[in-house]
Design a protein around this ligand. Structure first.
Ligand code: EPU
Length: 339
């Protein structure tokens, strides 16, 4: 049957772990109007962005909607902020660099994060002391159930650490919504955010004491390039596990037993632990099981060393989880989506 989609499309190039898998039906979405096609509402769907937070475990018996909606513009301005809107398919890093070049800072700490603008709200991407949710003011999406455009405010999105309404409701898995555009509020009263030790260190090395937004972006890019593998060279999906958040009691007990453990107190009294440290201490930094290992410079990043399948990823993931649990009594939750 012919349609607006292609059949049996290899998704290997569309996921940054470079895992094999075929989409039964594959459609590139370049215009939000394509989503109003009523046949889509009755079909099983998966909404794909940059594929940088995805573990493909095999072939996909759904219609894969590959979001490629372009466009970025200054949507508004008032005394306090610029409001910048971008299409879901825009490359995240290119978008951030464009805002900086236009003189609208505020996203510089999120430079070089892989993926697309439309995926940013779903797991509330974050790095170096900033989360995207702090800047997002509106998310525009197509709701397949209501067959209508919907607009969500920041509050609607229920952002927390690597989490949002979209994940809490499972919409990232069942394809209920397709995010088509995101609007960011970039305050005019800009303040450098360089408290994160790695960024502060990089700026100090460069002898920069009053950094511009561009200086911070450059420092973040340098730190990331040093620590994180380039998916084009070594396929990966960024941090593979969440940093676990445990009770203050459990954190205190772990800290007594392991004084080197990095701990980050949370506003609610709980404590976030560095999963990368736990994984390294469990012996997994630079270690592999078959074709899947944990990166030699950042143990939180799982890497495909060549020819891995989704099952190979699952095997290494389970082995790492088991070792960290046995050693520290801490369960690690994967960050990517399994399809
Ligand atoms: N650490 C180790 N060994 C390792 C890795 C880390 O001991 O192999 C220690 C570090 O020395 C440091 C602590 O763990 O004391 C934290 O490490 P790092 O600063 O590298 O950050 P992270 O907690 O591992 C998180 C995010 C990253 C983000 C960085 C910077 C998560 C799951 N990951 O990593 O996000 O770039 O902070 O803000 O929250 C991503 O989500 O894909 C991602 C890359």
């Amino acid at each position: 049957m012919s349609g607006p989609y292609r059949t049996d499309v290899d998704l290997g190039a569309f996921n940054t772990l470079a895992l094999p898998g075929q989409a039964a039906r594959y459609q590139r979405i370049t215009d939000a109007a394509q989503l109003a096609d009523p046949t889509l509402a009755s079909e099983r769907r998966f909404v794909l962005g940059g594929g940088s937070n995805l573990v493909l475990t095999g072939d996909v018996d759904r219609r894969v909607l590959h979001m490629a909606i372009a466009g970025r513009r200054l949507a508004g301005e008032d005394d306090s902020a610029w409001y910048v809107e971008a299409g879901a398919g825009e490359n995240w890093h290119d978008f951030v660099q464009w805002t900086l070049a236009e003189g609208w800072p505020g996203l510089e700490n999120l430079s070089l994060i892989p993926g697309t603008v439309g995926a940013a709200p779903i797991q509330n991407i974050g790095a170096y002391g900033l989360e995207a949710g702090e800047r997002i003011t509106r998310v525009t999406a197509w709701d397949f159930t209501k067959q209508a455009v919907c607009q969500l405010t920041r509050n609607d999105c229920r952002f927390t650490y690597r989490d949002s309404l979209f994940k809490q409701e499972g919409w990232h898995l069942d394809g209920r919504l397709a995010i088509t555009a995101v609007t960011f509020r970039l305050p005019k009263a800009w303040q450098p955010n360089c408290r994160y030790a790695d960024v502060a260190q990089e700026l100090a090395t460069r002898q920069i004491t009053t950094p511009t937004p561009r200086d911070i972006a450059d420092a973040v890019i340098a730190v990331r390039q040093r620590k994180l593998p380039d998916p084009a060279v070594t396929p990966n999906a960024g941090s593979f596990f969440h940093n676990p958040i445990v009770s203050a009691e459990q954190a205190a007990a772990l800290k007594t037993a392991h004084p080197g453990l990095p701990t980050y107190p949370q506003p609610d009294g709980r404590v976030k632990l560095a999963a990368g440290w736990l994984i390294e201490q469990a012996g997994w930094k630079g270690k592999a099981l078959g074709p899947v290992g944990m990166y030699e410079k950042q143990a939180l990043v799982l890497v495909n060393l060549g020819g891995a399948t989704g099952n190979d990823v699952k095997r290494t993931m389970a082995a790492v989880q088991a070792d960290v649990l046995a050693r520290f009594g801490v369960s690690l939750t994967p960050e990517p989506i399994f399809l």
